[in-house]
Design a protein around this ligand. Structure first.
Ligand code: AMP
Length: 403
């Protein structure tokens, strides 16, 4: 606790840190909290799992007071991250409670409008925040702390202009904190335009390489699923994340795992908010131990206890590889990242090795049983007799709807 105290964190926040049983500050907390508490604008290079939420929470909680209007605004790329950050802020402010609200799309706006009237801290996704700005249901004139969380991800998702429009609605006299896994050109440009003499801090690695074993299997494409089933049934694991590159593959893999007796659920951007929340509840509660996901859906989710990360598809962008493996071997725990590659993945895999410098050991393919691959249910259940006649030019759209 002494070491947290040395960073200058307020007494009431220290009490909640004590409740959380954090033993010592993480690297990003050690480097950024003193600057944040000194009121500086800070650019922090850090990913999910680094402890960044407490870093910016300590700044927000230092200055925000109950009942004085919205004094802090946190922008996040995804709804799940908005919820997660709002919950973390509520936890850290337990001994001096504030009105904290998460606002994001895909759910009713009326309760949010009501909540915004008494909110002290708002965490939200850019689209819904702009919606509230357009309706004049959010007042940003008293914002003292603006946080851009996972800024690179927000830009990747096409929110750059939206983020700028929201920044322009905040008072110029404010502290701006920007957190980003990678410091991209867009991040630098935004910081030059909207931050005051920002100080930059970074943490070198997202995971402790000594705690993370990385391996790969090189196998024929049609055998990937059978090998995955075999590994999932034979590896001694806790929670598992299986990454795919497309929504279609995510659904296909999750369904086939269930056919083979593995409790798997799928999450991707094509699901409604209600469905996404249901899936996350199942996974968090351990009722489903395998989460099959795309990068977009998984980004920002804080899921403790992930022992294995599988790459069923090797990501197209090398930095995604780093994000994916960062989901395991967190907070001192051990983890395993297993890549299942076929010839379709070779190019992406070479790029990962070259651009990230990670060390990945080849594993010998074990003896395993071949499982029959089934197509997604909706296609399979469609009775042939009722199959609508699809003209050549309509084929693409119809397919898109089916998946
Ligand atoms: P974050 O990167 O903020 O999403 O935090 C990742 C996880 O680490 C969360 O579950 C936090 O509760 C946890 N955490 C944050 N700071 C610390 C710390 N100093 N020691 C141990 N765990 C921490």
């Amino acid at each position: 606790m002494e070491s947290f105290k040395n960073l200058g964190i307020s007494e009431f926040v220290l009490k909640s840190i004590n409740d959380s049983k954090f033993e010592s500050p993480s690297e990003i907390q050690e480097k950024s909290i003193p600057l944040i508490l000194a009121g500086k604008d800070v650019i922090a290079g850090s990913a999910t799992g680094s402890g960044k939420t407490l870093a910016f929470a300590s700044g927000i909680l230092k200055s925000a007071e109950k009942g004085k209007g919205i004094q802090a605004l946190v922008l996040t790329p995804t709804r799940e991250l908005a919820e997660q950050v709002a919950q973390a802020l509520a936890k850290f402010s337990k001994y001096r409670p504030l009105g904290i609200i998460a606002v994001y799309g895909g759910v009713g706006i009326t309760p949010q409008i009501k909540g915004l009237q008494t909110a002290d801290v708002v965490v939200g996704t850019p689209g819904r925040l702009l919606d509230h700005i357009g309706r004049s249901t959010i007042k940003l004139g008293r914002v003292k702390t603006l946080v851009l969380d996972e800024a690179d991800r927000m830009f990747d998702m096409g929110f750059k202009d939206d983020v700028e429009r929201i920044i322009m609605k905040c008072p110029q006299e404010r502290q701006t904190l920007l957190f980003s896994a990678t410091i991209t050109k867009d991040v630098v440009r935004l910081s030059q335009k909207h931050m005051k003499k920002p100080l930059q801090v970074s943490v070198d690695s997202y995971v402790d390489p000594k705690k993370l074993v990385q391996t790969y299997y090189d196998i024929a494409d049609e055998m990937k699923l059978s090998l995955l089933v075999h590994l999932l049934k034979n590896e001694n694991s806790n929670l598992v994340m299986v990454f795919c590159n497309t929504k279609r593959n995510t659904d296909k893999v999750a369904k086939n795992l269930r056919f083979s007796g593995v409790d798997a659920v799928a999450i991707h951007g094509g699901l409604t908010q209600g469905k996404r929340s249901d899936v996350m509840r199942l996974f968090h509660s351990g009722k489903a131990c395998v989460l099959v996901c795309t990068d977009v859906a998984a980004r920002g989710l804080d899921i403790p206890g992930v022992s294995h990360v599988y790459n069923y598809d090797i990501p197209r962008e090398s930095k995604q590889y780093i994000h994916r493996i960062g989901r395991t071997a967190r907070a001192g725990a051990e983890g395993k990242a297993i890549n299942i590659l076929s010839n379709k993945d070779y190019d992406n895999f070479s790029a990962v090795l070259k651009e990230t410098g990670v060390k990945i050991q080849e594993e010998i393919i074990p003896a395993f049983e071949k499982v029959a691959i089934r197509q997604p249910e909706r296609r399979m259940n469609r009775p042939m007799m009722n199959k609508p006649v699809v003209k050549k030019g309509q084929q693409r759209n119809r397919r898109r709807r089916l998946y």
